[in-house]
Design a protein around this ligand. Structure first.
Ligand SMILES: [Zn+2]
Length: 476
């Protein structure tokens, strides 16, 4: 079956109404073609550029990549790339587009419509920074994802998890002392985070199964659980392990029954090994584990999705950082300075995450800084890693492999994060070679807190942004 037939088959299985629509369209409508001429291709997987190539896009997919001019329809749109770099759209594998106010605002007094409207601004900013797909790791991003898909607002393709699922006292338990919890359900027993659909507290197999299925009912493309402690929550020290084997395995099975997988907020060896025992596929943060644990995760096809800024000495320059935390930041940065290289040595797949939460003015800073900082954390070592290439893979082909874990729940029409025949036409044209200068995709942003605000906006060197064959920015 060719790709077009496969797409139609997928659509056909969805609704019978679609049958008439698709048949009608394919009979009368010519496919739209866009030809990028004279571009240097970074394909997302190889540490090189294919110079002087032509890339033909038809509808939502890449149709051909060639040195010679391809055969095209008469009404093809031709874009002269003038020797610029053509590369895959970027993928942020861990974002929270709905957690777009500060916690201090959300907890006492949040109007949910503010979160919704602001999420549209956040989504647009992601796309304009070159991100064509994001995986949302907690929050009710379903409406935003739908409105982007319908074309009513613009933004990246969103993979929503829905409410992150946490045990009582876990990383997602933001209730107050006098909120009673799920077992005595009733709206008055729910914390604000639960009422807003940002998180859900569930204990025991029946409750975690129900919450998993509620998220799937809303359209979650994967399930996010809290499997260990964290820094931003109320009750749980970072070394804790959360959810029993029975609870974790039950959630994984319910997700697998829907054709998809579970992502876990997690840090330690103990927690990661328990999660692997149950078949959890992506370990979010995950940077306090050992070489052996990363090795096991790699062998079992799991991903580590760390936000390396959490280990950056630059955090000390945050004016909001309490002085008593400064020694801890310095110590973490020193103790874990090699963890990125350790992950690569262990052979585990690593994907990019910015994990930004809070007020929207600062959203682009976290991802732009994270791009730069990773080029330092994933460089050098005994295998002499090329930091730019490693982060570019994490932002493209590896992110694409991770998103493909959603199986039939994956909304993309073809492969993501690669420039290949048949892949989704998510494409950037960049002035410069990101393999040599990462600044061309992050606005040259290297110091999070010391750099003047606002940072370069939009990023001038990202000259063209295409998602599913549609151009959203073109300054060529
Ligand atoms: Zn997160």
């Amino acid at each position: 079956m060719n790709l077009k037939a496969k797409n139609i088959a997928t659509i056909l299985t969805k609704t019978s109404l679609a049958v008439t629509l698709v048949v009608g369209m394919s009979a009368n409508t010519l496919a739209e073609q866009v030809l990028f001429k004279n571009v240097n291709v970074f394909n997302g997987t190889e540490n090189k550029l294919y110079e002087g190539h032509n890339v033909l896009v038809e509808d939502k997919l890449i149709k051909s990549i060639s040195k010679k001019s391809p055969k095209t329809d008469a009404d093809v749109t031709v874009i002269d790339g003038k020797g610029k770099t053509l590369m895959p759209g970027l993928i942020d594998s861990h974002v929270h587009i709905m957690i777009n106010s500060n916690y201090s605002e959300i907890i006492p007094n949040q109007d949910p419509y503010d979160l919704g409207i602001k999420s549209a601004i956040v989504a647009k900013d992601f796309l304009m920074d070159g991100f064509t797909s994001v995986r949302d790791m907690g929050g009710p991003a379903f409406a935003t994802a739908r409105q982007i898909k319908n074309g009513n607002i613009i933004g990246p393709r969103i993979y929503p998890s829905g409410a992150f699922i946490s045990q009582t006292s876990g990383h997602g338990d933001f209730r107050g002392r006098f909120d009673m919890g799920w077992s005595q359900r009733g709206a008055q027993d729910l914390g604000v985070w639960e009422k807003l659909g940002l998180g859900a507290v569930a204990d025991g197999v029946p409750e975690v199964l129900q919450q998993t299925r509620i998220n799937l009912r809303h359209g979650a493309t994967q399930i996010k659980i809290m499997a260990g402690g964290g820094g931003s929550s109320k009750y749980d020290p970072i070394d804790t392990t959360q959810y029993s084997v029975e609870e974790t395995c039950a959630i994984v099975e319910a997700a697998a029954d829907w054709g998809t997988y579970v992502a876990a907020h997690i840090f330690t060896d103990r927690a990661i090994n328990r999660a692997l025992d149950c078949g959890v596929k992506t370990m979010e943060h995950g940077f306090f584990a050992s070489f052996e644990t990363y090795q096991r995760a790699g062998k079992e096809g799991a991903f580590i999705v760390p936000q390396m800024w959490g280990l950056s000495p630059e955090l000390a320059n945050n004016p909001l950082m309490p002085a008593d935390k400064l020694p801890m930041i310095a110590q973490l940065a020193e103790t874990y300075k090699d963890v990125g290289r350790t992950m690569l040595d262990a052979g585990v797949n690593v994907a990019f995450m910015s994990d930004w939460v809070g007020e929207i003015e600062d959203a682009n800073k976290s991802r732009r800084y994270e791009i730069y900082w990773r080029t330092q954390m994933f460089a050098g070592g005994k295998n002499n890693y090329d930091g730019n290439f490693e982060v570019l893979k994490q932002l493209t082909s590896l992110g694409g492999e991770l998103l493909a874990l959603s199986g039939p729940r994956n909304p993309a029409p073809g492969k993501l994060g690669v420039i290949e025949v048949g892949a989704t036409a998510d494409i950037l044209l960049v002035d410069g070679n990101p393999l040599e200068d990462i600044g061309v995709i992050n606005g040259g942003y290297t110091e999070w807190y010391s750099q003047p605000t606002p940072s370069e906006n939009p990023i001038k060197t990202i000259q063209l942004i295409m998602k599913e064959g549609k151009v959203y920015k073109n300054t060529l």
